[in-house]
Design a binder for this molecule. Structure first.
Ligand SMILES: [Cu+2]
Length: 156
């Protein structure tokens, strides 16, 4: 099993790579349209998800705003984060449950406009049935820790 430092570093590198240089260097005022988003892979999530970093970086103690795009029939096994997670559904549908193991019979359905706020270290899981885009707001340093390390895509 990898150490937390390795996990955090991996997450940080993924987000640094995906942040456009012009955004990273600008201060203050920012206007973003969907066409500006640069999507890249997310090593901390099962293959298929894409991330676009709008504000960050997620590995520093600053506020962040990112978009995550999930394909249809996508699953994120039970995991937790070190800080409050704020999820707003922009398109599609998110099925989210709280618990130590993904259970498709136990979930809440979040449609566009819905929001979910999860406290730190709350075990939760996600699955989709259609392509879905969510916006994630929080404060770094961010990390994804899987309840079952064998389900961590970085360990595969
Ligand atoms: Cu999460």
């Amino acid at each position: 099993m990898k150490s937390m430092i390795h996990v955090a570093f991996g997450v940080a590198m993924a987000f640094l790579v995906s942040m456009p240089a012009s955004w990273a260097q600008s201060t203050g005022h920012k206007m973003i349209s969907p066409n500006d988003l640069l999507w890249s892979d997310v090593p901390s999530l099962p293959a298929g998800a894409k991330i676009a970093v709008i504000e960050g970086p997620m590995n520093e103690a600053v506020p962040f705003t990112v978009r995550l795009k999930f394909p249809a029939n996508y699953q994120i096994p039970a995991h937790w984060h070190p800080a409050v997670e704020r999820v707003t559904v922009l398109s599609g549908t998110v099925n989210m449950g709280v618990g130590d193991k993904l259970d498709m019979q136990q979930s809440m359905t979040l449609s566009p406009g819905s929001m979910m706020i999860l406290q730190p270290k709350t075990n939760h899981y996600v699955f989709t049935k259609e392509e879905t885009i969510v916006q994630l707001n929080g404060a770094g340093p961010w990390a994804v820790t899987y309840v079952n390390p064998a389900e961590d895509p970085r360990n595969k």
